[in-house]
Design a binder for this molecule. Structure first.
Ligand SMILES: [Zn+2]
Length: 503
């Protein structure tokens, strides 16, 4: 019905001849209607669909086991065949060189299965949650940031994704050591002062150098700037600094402050996020305190962009009491502008008021369908995605850990269509949301993204033509608007391309 209304509106506008074509209301919408009930054809269509960004993706979890294995083997790592855990050379008794897993079929299967959700079947005492998070410890020593980034960014470019916020830990060990060296007295603001006195800002240059080095090596691997350049070279890659929520308070505070200082110093780092299992005993016990720590850093360092994993819980995994307040506190005390997962929203004390508040204040939710399925067992009608949409909360679809889950961003779009019946206008909105709610600096192209209504400077302009002067000025001044405009241009072109996506 909504689609028909939009198509009707587009027809009227076209007849009136007074405005430029509106992306997404023509050939793409029609082709989507034709393919949406055929999973293979839908995949082919969605693969080619121009996309916005992936706002929730952890670099190490986004790398596939196969790439990690190659990198780890080349680095001469050792493998414990019983657990598939890797460690640096020399190999101890019972260990084998990891490179053996390149040619030995059975060992290769064991490694890929151990480092991901491939082939995993829950058994007594061993859940998908455990397999998922344990995988990180097994392959951890094999992660090389630049190699992993090249793989992930290439994959994004091939799916026509134009923007990534990759979550990485910068100078984590140094920040934790500094945090551990000062006694925690329970006051985040006072502790922050002590951290500054202890010279935490001195870690920022090393963190920036780390980010720059990873980026340079990644671009080299992608052959950027050469005729053999990967599609990934066109992706705008930014970083979010991770903070581990399983550390003692002082170490969380030190990591959070370093992350905020790093964001302040480097435009490549656009935000910060608390990571690791939300149901970890330390994360549960310290949840409210950690929210106060994040809020303190936010208020002390102007412009800090905070996204927080919150509500990545399910009944049974934790007591209901642990599901009553995490999202609300992330919004109120933690100053989160985006919520990661938000799966347990309806267990919150005042879920309906919280939904209304998120809608009014434009607090986005990063929905990770496959991750929620394999870790929490929440999927299909049990998932709150339709509730968030109906409540008017801004939604973005993201991958979380596409390598561990063995998925990609296109798959998550497909899953949203197949499990939740999303229509074409909603898919367009979700893609636009991934740029609207990105932590990219600059003014938005949109006056109201829900209605695809642009700011006056760019209203009515044809994305396939050069923008008028005032619009061009906005695009030149705003990295966010420039990226949004390029998505509109590609969506407009997709209207012409999509009808031809057939055999
Ligand atoms: Zn995550």
């Amino acid at each position: 019905m909504r689609l028909q209304r939009m198509l009707g509106a587009a027809l009227l506008l076209a007849l009136a001849g007074c405005v430029a074509p509106v992306p997404g209301m023509g050939g793409a919408a029609q082709r989507f209607a034709e393919v949406r009930t055929s999973p293979p054809l839908l995949r082919g269509f969605l693969n080619r669909m121009p996309k916005g960004g992936d706002l929730h993706t952890h670099l190490s979890g986004a790398a596939y086991a196969e790439g990690l294995l190659q990198a780890g083997a080349a680095a001469g790592l050792c493998l414990d065949p019983a657990t598939t855990t890797v460690s640096p050379a020399p190999c101890a008794t019972g260990q084998r060189p990891l490179r053996d897993a390149l040619g030995d079929g059975a060992l290769n299967r064991a490694v890929v299965d151990g480092w991901s959700m491939r082939g995993f079947v829950p058994t007594a005492g061993r859940s998908g949650h455990d397999q998922f998070f344990d995988a990180f410890a097994r392959f951890g020593a094999a992660v090389q940031a630049a190699t992993a980034a090249a793989e992930v960014v290439d994959r994004a470019g091939r799916q026509r994704i134009r923007y990534l916020e990759l979550m990485v830990t910068f100078q984590g060990g140094a920040a934790r050591r500094l945090g551990a060296s000062i006694p925690w007295q329970g006051d985040p603001a006072a502790f922050r002062g002590q951290l500054m006195q202890a010279g935490i800002a001195g870690l920022v240059p090393a963190a920036r150098a780390e980010a720059r080095a990873v980026e340079a090596a990644m671009r080299q691997r992608l052959h950027c700037g050469t005729p053999a350049a990967s599609p990934g070279c066109a992706v705008d890659v930014r970083w979010k600094a991770q903070i581990s929520r399983t550390s003692p308070p002082g170490q969380v505070a030190a990591q959070a402050l370093l992350a905020a200082l790093l964001q302040q110093a480097d435009s490549r780092v656009v935000g910060i996020n608390l990571v690791a299992p939300e149901d970890h005993p330390v994360a549960l016990a310290d949840y409210s305190l950690q929210m106060r720590i994040m809020g303190d850093v936010h208020d002390a360092i102007p412009g800090t962009n905070i996204a927080l994993h919150a509500g990545e819980l399910a009944l049974g995994l934790v007591p209901p009491e642990a599901m009553r307040f995490h999202i609300a506190e992330a919004v109120h005390q933690g100053r989160a502008r985006r919520i990661g997962h938000g799966v347990d929203i309806m267990f919150e004390d005042d879920a309906f008021a919280l939904l209304r508040e998120m809608a009014v204040r434009r607090i986005a939710v990063e929905v990770n369908l496959s991750s929620n399925d394999v870790i929490l067992g929440v999927k299909g009608a049990q998932h709150p995605l339709p509730v968030y949409l109906a409540a008017g909360v801004p939604v973005v679809l993201s991958t979380d850990d596409e390598g561990v889950s063995r998925i990609d961003r296109t798959h998550e779009l497909q899953r949203a269509v197949e499990e939740h019946g999303l229509d074409w206008p909603t898919l367009l909105l979700l893609e636009r949301n991934t740029l609207e709610y990105a932590f990219l600096p600059g003014a938005s192209l949109w006056a109201e993204p829900r209605e695809a209504r642009r700011v006056p400077a760019c209203a009515g302009a044809d994305p396939l033509r050069a923008p008028p002067e005032a619009c061009a000025a906005l695009l030149a001044a705003s990295p966010k608007a420039a990226l949004q405009w390029s998505l509109e241009r590609d969506l407009a072109a997709f209207d012409t391309e999509a009808p031809g996506l057939r055999y």
